[in-house]
Design a binder for this molecule. Structure first.
Ligand SMILES: *[C@@H]1O[C@H](CO)[C@@H](O)[C@H](O)[C@H]1NC(C)=O
Ligand SMILES: *[C@@H]1O[C@H](CO)[C@@H](O)[C@H](O)[C@H]1NC(C)=O
Ligand SMILES: *[C@@H]1O[C@H](CO)[C@@H](O)[C@H](O)[C@H]1NC(C)=O
Ligand SMILES: CC(=O)N[C@H]1CO[C@H](CO)[C@@H](O)[C@@H]1O
Ligand SMILES: CC(=O)N[C@H]1CO[C@H](CO)[C@@H](O)[C@@H]1O
Length: 908
């Protein structure tokens, strides 16, 4: 045996037994080599050993008495500390014997002496040389320990110091459950690789293998020939864990036990190894076990993310999925324009561009095999796939029209359907995490059971940046039986699609007309004025055309070929989409066309879509709008757009000239007088008439209505007036009920109403108003008062003069029957001529003749003729009156100056 003696400064990483330790030098760019040192001249008990599993006939060897105590004594004293040792003997096999001292030199505590002193080791006296003072000292210490009955010299043999080691746990799952995820004290006995350790659980001495939850380090693969080949960084990862945990006192949280594997987290006061391994690039996150990690999965993902960004160790060649995107393309705020089948949204970017965004890592409800799709032509995924509708509705209600935060997680490249085909089976997809007010929409969907989470290959990076939250949400949804995970019958949506079904539509029309304003959701926008609506109360789908407007037509495939789109048809469609697509709206259905499309008005948040299109110069007013209560608004909107020469009116001037020429050649003035009853004359010289023809209908209606109300008087004050509503009002002049429309609600005491059958207005308290009985609504009989104004005469600008004229008119024609002919349309109402019923004299002309108003000549030739017959001295009387008044004053002043005491009297 060679006798060598030298000192090496080392760290003790492992205590093999009471008398053997493994030391390592300082790491230099990798795990430093290990050296095993057996303490010379002493002996401690042997630790328990498990029989090799290859030899089942052998038995496990238990601890020798005080063996574990000796090991623990050394472990507590040495682990992680610096030691210095001398090698006294090196055997032929390379085993080294020596002395170990705590600290940097041999003045430190001599470990062998301490052990002997504590009665934890015996001295091998056979090798002792009397002349060696160190060895002599060992003998002395042993004698003292014996004398004071320390350690193994205690009476009783120390059987109580033998551990009852448990190598096997019968039911590991029960065992883990019984720990209730509470930290257990433990000693890490062995590190298999960076993320798998063998731990001795205290105080009951279970030996368990624990995999760190949520992570995996590179491992040592066992080859067929028994050799181990390490994956890159396996040794480094193992050393990282060893140097921090091996033989340390730790706490372990046993978190789960799937398939006999115990998953846990090791806690050490200096930090948490799972996080550290990830941060240093020694491990990657593992989805399946991440779900059980109890200390905050987001910290683990963050650790991994940081390692990836720094490209450390296992990530040295890492390229982020969004690496070549600009920051502004990676994260932005955008407005949601459409929810597409519950896993995608169309958003409007700041630039005005639209972009489809898929929600990362989730899969909407779907039907396996898609077999129904082929069988049934009318298969509509949104209603027919269980929970698809719920999912879409959930998303729609939460985010449609709202601003959301989009963080792009990855771009899924387009995939082709086969090797030879170049047609992509999937187009490229931008997958992102979409949040609103801090809520991750995908997570919310998954937690409601309206979507499932996509599983990935371990190394697949193309996933949500909040993947664990998604998995956790899914676990909750499964546990609580939500949505797709519910054991209940799936909700069925029997939605009647009556778009294009003329017969069904015809049956349905009266329902919708009677309903007045109905709720609807806009499912689809075909064009600026053509929509598909879902009616939730009636659970049906209808096609709806906006009333009152002419919207530019888009291009269409017609039998004769492609029909070219009219200018601004796309703009109109975009406008309508932006305003109403997938929104909750109110519609008033008025009628139906031959194809079974309903026609009516659509309101969204106080905006009337027809009006809005006209006001934005994207539609013209259609003549059928004249009858409606929105006509005025429509016409003034059109007028304003035309003046701005906006969009469809951009080339308006030229067109007008053309039209006029056209008109001059073709049109003749039509005189088609009908009998009307003038009911009201306004301060602006407009007037309201009723048709004599329908007069009796109105009388009958009023009579039965009043009788019905008298039989069942409305509860006073039960009516809440709402602008635009039809109602009945108790007219202050006669205390009778009339049909009316609310024009303005100033306060409950001041409601502005318009009597729709008479044309007069009044401000009344809401206590004088009541709900209109449905049988007497405008569906039964349209509003009877129609507004007109005079053609060919100028309305005097001067208020006093105008008031004179109005007084005249009230005296002459109010509450009398006249004959009326529409001469031409106007901004707010048609312009007409009126004749006195008896004399057939023209009312306007008589005003002109009386010099009260001036003639308003028309440019249109066919109308010029008409005025041409009117007196050439048309305004003479009024002009003379003005002139005379002036000259009279002048003359008077002049005369007074000459003859101060004379008085002149003149009479006109
Ligand atoms: C050295 O220590 C190890 C670990 O305790 C033990 O297995 C081995 O038998 C010891 N060697 C000798 C020669 O005592
Ligand atoms: C978007 O995110 C920012 C910062 O995280 C936040 O202040 C803002 O409120 C979010 N906006 C929405 C619509 O969620
Ligand atoms: C109308 O109101 C007045 C006063 O409020 C009341 O006296 C009258 O009876 C009402 N008329 C009807 C028909 O209810
Ligand atoms: C639960 C726990 O102990 N977490 C710790 C893990 O380690 C980090 C530092 O590495 C600590 O900040 C955590 O508190
Ligand atoms: C009754 C109603 O909702 N009318 C609205 C029609 O649309 C215009 C403009 O879009 C609104 O100002 C009206 O209030």
């Amino acid at each position: 045996w060679a006798h060598i003696s030298f000192k090496i400064l080392n760290t003790a990483p492992v205590v093999l037994s009471g008398c053997a330790i493994i030391v390592r030098g300082q790491p230099r760019g990798g795990p430093p080599p290990e050296r095993q040192i057996n303490l010379s001249n002493i002996r401690t008990g042997a630790l328990a050993r498990r029989a090799p599993q290859s030899q089942p006939d052998q038995k496990d060897t238990p601890d020798e008495p005080y063996a574990f105590q000796a090991r623990e004594f050394l472990r507590k004293m040495l682990i992680g500390k610096e030691v210095c040792f001398t090698v006294e003997v090196k055997t032929a096999l390379g085993r080294e014997y020596g002395m170990v001292y705590l600290g940097r030199d041999t003045t430190g505590e001599n470990i062998a002496e301490s052990l002997v002193n504590e009665g934890l080791a015996t001295v091998r006296r056979e090798g002792i040389r009397g002349n060696n003072p160190d060895q002599a000292r060992l003998c002395d210490l042993e004698d003292q320990a014996k004398a004071s009955k320390k350690g193994m010299w205690t009476e009783g043999g120390g059987t109580n110091t033998i551990r009852d080691l448990k190598y096997i746990i019968e039911n590991p799952r029960n065992f883990v459950d019984s720990m209730h995820q509470k930290p257990v004290n433990a000693v890490i006995e062995h590190v298999r690789d960076g993320s798998v350790v063998r731990a001795l659980l205290l105080p009951d001495y279970y030996l368990v293998t624990v995999m760190l939850s949520g992570v995996k380090c590179p491992t040592f693969k066992r080859e067929a020939d028994g050799t181990e080949s390490p994956e890159p960084f396996a040794a480094e990862a193992k050393f990282f864990t060893e140097s921090r945990l091996l033989q340390r006192d730790v706490q372990i949280i046993l978190e789960s036990c799937p398939n006999q594997v115990i998953l846990g987290t090791v806690l050490h006061p200096n930090g948490n190894i799972t996080e550290l391994l990830l941060k240093e690039g020694f491990a990657r996150c593992v989805d399946w076990s991440m779900a059980v990690y109890t200390q905050g999965a987001e910290k683990l993902r963050a650790g991994e993310k940081s390692a990836k960004e720094r490209k450390v160790r296992i990530w040295k060649d890492y390229v982020a999925p969004t690496a070549n995107m600009d920051q502004k393309d990676r994260q932005f705020v955008a407005k949601v324009m459409q929810v597409v089948n519950a896993d995608a949204v169309v958003v409007k970017l700041n630039s005005g561009e639209y972009k489809t965004i898929h929600l990362s890592s989730i899969r909407p409800p779907r039907i396996e095999g898609e077999k129904n799709k082929d069988k049934d032509k009318r298969f509509r995924p949104i209603y027919d796939i269980p929970y698809m509708f719920e999912a879409r509705e959930f998303m729609r209600k939460k985010i449609i029209g709202k601003k959301v935060n989009v963080t792009v997680d990855y771009i899924r490249a387009a995939t082709s359907s086969s090797e030879t085909s170049t047609i992509p089976a999937f187009a490229e997809r931008t997958c992102a995490t979409v949040t609103i007010g801090g809520i991750n929409i995908a997570e919310a969907l998954v937690s409601k059971g309206f979507a499932t989470v996509i599983r990935y290959r371990q190394d697949d990076d193309q996933r949500s940046s909040h993947y664990d939250e998604l998995l956790a949400a899914e676990a909750r949804a499964i546990k609580n039986g939500k949505g797709l995970h519910s054991k209940k019958e799936v909700p069925i949506h029997r939605v009647a699609d009556i778009s294009g079904e003329t017969q069904k539509a015809k049956q349905f029309l009266p329902f919708l007309q009677r309903a007045g304003r109905s709720e609807a959701v806009v499912e689809y926008v075909f064009s600026g004025s053509r929509l598909k609506l879902y009616m939730p109360k009636e659970t049906c789908l209808i096609t709806f055309l906006l009333a009152g407007i002419e919207c530019p037509r888009g291009s269409r495939n017609m039998p004769g070929g492609m029909q070219v789109a009219e200018p601004f048809s796309d703009e109109a469609m975009a406008f309508t989409k932006e305003l109403v697509l997938q929104r909750e709206v109110e519609v008033e259905v008025e009628s139906m066309d031959k194809a079974g499309n309903f026609i009516g008005w659509l309101h969204i948040e106080g905006v009337n879509l027809s009006v809005a299109l006209v006001e934005n110069a994207l539609s013209k007013v259609h003549f059928t709008a004249e009858r409606s209560s929105y006509y005025k608004t429509l016409v003034s909107g059109e007028e304003a757009s035309r003046l701005r020469k906006d969009k469809i009116w951009a080339n308006y001037e030229e067109k007008k000239v053309e039209e006029v020429v056209h008109v001059m050649e073709e049109k003749e003035r039509t005189a088609n007088y009908r009998a009307v009853y003038v009911t009201e004359i306004t301060d602006t010289m407009h007037f309201y008439t009723q048709d004599v023809e329908t007069g009796t209908q109105l009388e009958n209606l009023m009579e039965t209505m009043r009788a019905e109300i008298a039989a069942q008087p409305p509860v006073e004050g039960s009516y809440a007036a709402r602008r635009g509503d039809y109602c009945i009002a108790n007219f202050s002049a006669d205390g009778e009920w009339y049909r009316a429309r609310v024009e303005k609600v100033q306060s409950p005491a001041k409601v502005h109403v318009f009597y729709i059958d008479y044309g007069n207005r009044e401000i009344v308290p809401s206590t004088r108003l009541a709900v209109i009985p449905p049988a007497f609504s405008t569906r039964t009989l349209a509003a009877q008062a129609t507004e007109y104004t005079f053609a060919y005469i100028q309305v005097p600008q001067d208020e006093d003069v105008r008031a004179d004229v109005v007084d005249n008119l009230v005296r002459d024609i109010q509450n009398t029957q006249c004959l009326l002919n529409v001469e031409h349309s106007g901004v707010t109402c048609p312009h007409v001529t009126l004749q006195f019923a008896d004399s057939k004299d023209d009312v306007g002309l008589s005003l002109v003749k009386e010099g009260m108003v001036m003639v308003d000549a028309r440019k249109e030739k066919h109308l010029q003729k008409m005025v041409g017959k009117w007196p050439p001295w048309r305004n003479l009387k009024r002009e003379m009156k003005v002139m005379f008044t002036l000259s009279f004053q002048f003359y008077n002043d002049f005369v007074r100056a000459l003859w101060p005491n004379r008085c002149f009297m003149y009479q006109w």
